[in-house]
Design a protein around this ligand. Structure first.
Ligand SMILES: [Zn+2]
Length: 560
């Protein structure tokens, strides 16, 4: 503030001052509710928003120099700055950060100079802070020999107004960032609740624009407020308050942190025991994934046993493709502060891609092959890369779990996972062709699983191993098979089906048998109990490049 405010001190008498006070959100309610005429005339210090183009500069900075997360924050603060009155920064309180001004006892002239403010600030720094203002008489606060510029008087009295607390908090960028060598100005991010567009974000911006002509932050992120499981505001009288500290003994800090990451903070954030129970399950799933991966890497030395990418099984290359896409999505989500996407993507990967599919499929190779079997080492290579990647991706959220797991990682590793960088994905992992084939294969697998479920419900089979699955493909389902012809289809589908058949079989635990070509649905063999499932999704017409599964699954069950 310093000398800049000298011109901005204006006497505001009677009604005008009262109106102004009533419009000020920071005055106590009692004062604001009084009739304006009942207020005493009070001189106020204020910052003129339109002097030196402060308002215009602040508005330009809001538009051009700051990233607002979520984006609606920009309009909110823009309108508040555009329409706010001048900033009244003085408050009439018995204690606070003083406005460092003096008055000449003889002629009442204001003494407010940067030199004197610095002098007083030094006294505060070396002594007891702002208390010095109240403990010392004016002459002990002023440099020796200070005289009134107007009348030459040497007796002064202190200003009794203090600074608006929003002005105090608005200076935090200077007090924090500029006094610590490890920090830089401006801040990367200001983070607070969505009410601070009126408060801290606002006062910080105006203060920094006035003194440094730049916003004090590069980005501003706001979050909603914590509400109960039904979305109601927490209140003691309703009895729905869930205090984080009360959750710690039951769930631990790790699950609580997971909850913070998992909720979409741009809206109000729900918290209840049910929600925490769900997250505890999710946590256990991710923890078990770490455990399973590590448990199968006990005899794996990456330097000695690692298999080249080209030596991996197709399903290994598929999971690495999935992993590569996960890394891309998660890194982007971190950069966008979308932590719930981080959580949901990683959790989904653990639950669906790993637990329900990949790890289930490779169990045979891991458990029953000879230790040095290249195919076992191939599965371990993929597991090793998955572990390395997941531990780093989740380290910012599952701080302790990732660190604990890291200590058991095979091969050379840094002292802590928190000293690691985020994973970089080898280009070869991304394989669009493989992905397209597997998307289709998994679609078939889902249809098979559904048909098996139907057969199971009809008591045709018990476990999936009792089923005999016949997968028939329509000519139009086989890529490169146009125009459809019997001969072409036989050739195409038999070569194409080789992978699918084996993978589908190992994936769902069934003995699969495919009959290539377009055998009709009505040619059930004698002795077979047949559950026919038509998958006519996507219509009959050939539509676009996607080879949706149209008519490919007949689950045929064989009674024993
Ligand atoms: Zn004087």
């Amino acid at each position: 503030m310093g000398g800049e405010s000298q011109d901005h001190r204006a006497p505001q008498a009677g009604r005008r001052a009262g109106r102004r006070a009533a419009a000020d959100a920071h005055l106590p309610a009692l004062l604001a509710l009084q009739e304006p005429d009942a207020l005493p005339a009070t001189e106020q210090w204020f910052i003129a928003l339109d002097k030196d183009g402060l308002r215009e500069r602040a508005l330009r900075a809001i538009r051009n120099d700051v990233r607002w997360i979520p984006a609606w924050g920009e309009e909110r603060i823009f309108n508040m700055v555009a329409h706010r009155p001048d900033w009244t920064i003085s408050r009439q309180r018995v204690w606070g950060v003083p406005i460092v001004a003096f008055y000449c006892e003889r002629c009442d002239t204001v003494l407010l100079e940067e030199r004197i403010v610095e002098h007083v600030a030094r006294i505060f720094r070396e002594g007891g802070g702002a208390d010095e203002w109240y403990a010392r008489p004016a002459r002990d606060l002023l440099p020796a020999g200070t005289r009134c510029a107007k009348c030459g008087g040497t007796e002064f009295r202190k200003e009794t107004d203090i600074l608006d607390v929003w002005f105090d908090s608005g200076c935090s960028h200077a007090a924090v960032l500029e006094t610590r060598p490890e920090l830089r100005w401006p801040a990367e991010l200001y983070l607070e609740g969505s009410d601070q567009h009126r408060g801290w974000f606002h006062s910080s911006l105006l203060e920094a624009m006035g003194t440094r002509n730049a916003p004090p932050y590069k980005a501003v992120l706001t979050c909603g407020f914590v509400v109960d499981g039904e979305g109601r505001k927490m209140s003691k009288s309703v009895g729905n308050v869930v205090a984080p500290a009360d959750l710690l003994p039951k769930y631990g800090a790790e699950v609580l942190r997971l909850w913070v990451a998992a909720e979409d903070y741009t809206e109000d954030i729900r918290l209840s025991n049910e929600i925490m129970d769900r997250l505890a399950d999710a946590y256990r799933r991710m923890r078990n994934t770490f455990r399973f991966l590590l448990g199968n890497l006990g005899d794996f030395d990456p330097a000695r046993d690692r298999q080249a990418y080209a030596q991996l099984d197709e399903v290994d290359r598929w999971i690495l493709d999935r992993l590569a896409r996960l890394v891309d999505r998660v890194r982007r989500a971190y950069e966008e502060y979308q932590f719930h996407i981080v959580f949901h993507s990683v959790h989904n990967f653990c639950a669906v891609d790993l637990s329900a599919l990949y790890l289930d499929v490779v169990k045979d190779r891991l458990y029953t092959s000879a230790p040095d079997d290249p195919r076992r080492r191939a599965a371990q290579t993929a597991c090793y890369d998955i572990f390395q990647t997941l531990a780093r991706l989740m380290a910012p959220i599952l701080t302790f779990t990732a660190e604990e797991a890291w200590r058991y990682a095979p091969g050379p590793r840094s002292e802590s996972v928190h000293l690691e960088r985020f994973p970089e994905v080898p280009l070869e992992w991304l394989d669009d062709t493989l992905k397209a084939e597997w998307d289709r294969l998994l679609e078939v697998r889902r249809e098979v699983a559904k048909a098996l479920e139907t057969a199971r419900a009809q008591k045709l089979i018990g476990s999936g191993l009792e089923a005999r699955v016949r997968i028939e493909s329509a000519p139009e389902d086989v890529p490169g098979c146009s125009p459809p012809s019997e001969r072409c289809c036989r050739r195409c589908s038999s070569s194409r089906a080789s992978t699918s058949r084996a993978a589908a079989a190992s994936a769902c635990g069934t003995r699969a048998r495919t009959s290539p070509g377009s055998s009709s649905a009505s040619t059930a063999r004698r002795g077979e109990v047949r559950a026919v499932l038509d998958t006519q999704r996507g219509g009959r017409a050939r539509s676009g490049p996607s080879h949706a599964v149209r008519r490919c699954v007949r689950v045929v069950t064989r009674a024993r």
